[in-house]
Design a binder for this molecule. Structure first.
Ligand code: A1LUD
Ligand code: HCS
Ligand code: ZN
Length: 329
């Protein structure tokens, strides 16, 4: 594990808390994200809301906050009529907004006589090629016949360079649905010699495999061989599948494991709406979070349709106190 991550996990008492659904909370604050750029549209229209969402997750106890760049892509911004410099400026802005929120929140925490939070880490979100396509393919992994690993690398290269150079503590590759993209990302981290530690989190729709149907085991072979990837895991996957996936990942890797499932609702990529969850039993999200920690996850949070109140409950149950872990650097 990278030093900063090891530290935050230790300071959180063995399992660090990741924030919750970023786009979900933006919508709750009134943002319209029905847009090809999805939540990244707010980098243009409502940057103050982005910072507000980060603040709310920090207040809820998140040890790691994830930037607003999930669907912020250079081709996406260019298609909006922007210049390349403007597009790159917005990518950098997504990291600055998260860093500003983290630093302001930390300063206000230190002013209190008994600080009850950890200084959070900022993870730069990088969504999959499927997220950019905005056709639901981050949940199918079907990118069509013409897509190759080289094309995926070219798609990701410049954004990765710009985000990595903007000062995040981590890079968070999120909801990666297939093996070709995971392999392309690992190669890109090496080719570009990215020094910021990364996590690669997959999406799954059956709890056994990646969305594409490929196995975690085949992906772990090349992930394990890369020092650039310090954490592996799953996100935006229904909660009922998480414990089984952690057990499978534990068999395949010694790397730290991150899990941040969605609420169990299903994204309808065509209609652009969430469909009701299949029942996942009677356990609440926070009670499940405790089981994920016990199964071996070192970082636990929530993805789409989870909120600051979800993360507040997760933080309470994982850190085992009514207030948060009281550690300063
Ligand atoms: C994680 S999904 C809900 C993000 C939105 C999707 N890429 C779209 O643009 O429709
Ligand atoms: N970080 C993104 C992930 C979407 S799957 C968000 O929370 O909006
Ligand atoms: Zn999600």
């Amino acid at each position: 594990m990278a030093v900063a991550v090891e530290e935050i996990v230790r300071r959180a008492g063995g399992c660090a808390v990741i924030d919750g659904g970023f786009a979900t909370q933006l919508e709750a604050l009134g943002a319209d994200i029905n847009d090809p750029l999805w939540s990244a549209a707010c980098l243009i229209t409502k940057p103050h809301l982005i910072k507000e969402v980060h603040m709310q997750y920090l207040e809820a106890g998140a040890d790691v906050i994830i930037s607003s760049s999930y669907q912020a892509t250079i081709p996406g911004f260019l298609a909006r009529g922007m210049l390349l410099e403007e597009a790159e400026g917005l990518l950098r802005r997504s990291i600055e907004l998260a860093l500003e929120a983290r630093d302001e929140f930390w300063k206000s925490t230190l002013r209190k006589s008994k600080p009850v939070y950890n200084r959070a880490l900022v993870a730069a979100s990088i969504g999959s090629y499927g997220a950019y396509l905005a056709d639901g393919s981050e949940y199918s992994g079907s990118y069509g016949e013409d897509i190759t690993a080289e094309k995926l690398k070219d798609f990701h290269r410049r954004r990765l360079q710009v985000l990595a150079s903007a000062g995040p503590d981590l890079i968070a590759f999120e909801a990666i649905p297939n093996k070709m993209e995971a392999q392309a990302l690992v190669e890109l981290l090496e080719e570009e010699n990215i020094q910021v530690p990364s996590w690669i989190c997959f999406s799954s729709v059956d709890g056994k495999n990646l969305c594409s149907g490929e196995s975690f085991a085949e992906c772990l072979q090349f992930l394990n061989a890369s020092d650039k990837v310090t954490i592996v895991g799953v996100n935006c996957t229904p909660p009922q599948f998480i414990e089984g996936i952690i057990r499978e990942l534990k068999k395949q890797t010694k790397k730290a494991i991150a899990v941040y499932p969605n609420s169990g609702e299903i994204w309808d990529g065509r209609a652009k709406r969430w469909l009701p969850a299949q029942c996942f039993g009677h356990k609440s999200f926070d009670a499940l979070a405790k089981r994920w920690q016990e199964a071996g996850a070192s970082l636990v949070g929530g993805c789409c349709r989870t909120t600051p109140s979800t993360i507040r409950a997760v933080s309470k149950v994982l850190k085992g106190k009514t207030s948060y872990s009281a550690t300063q650097i």
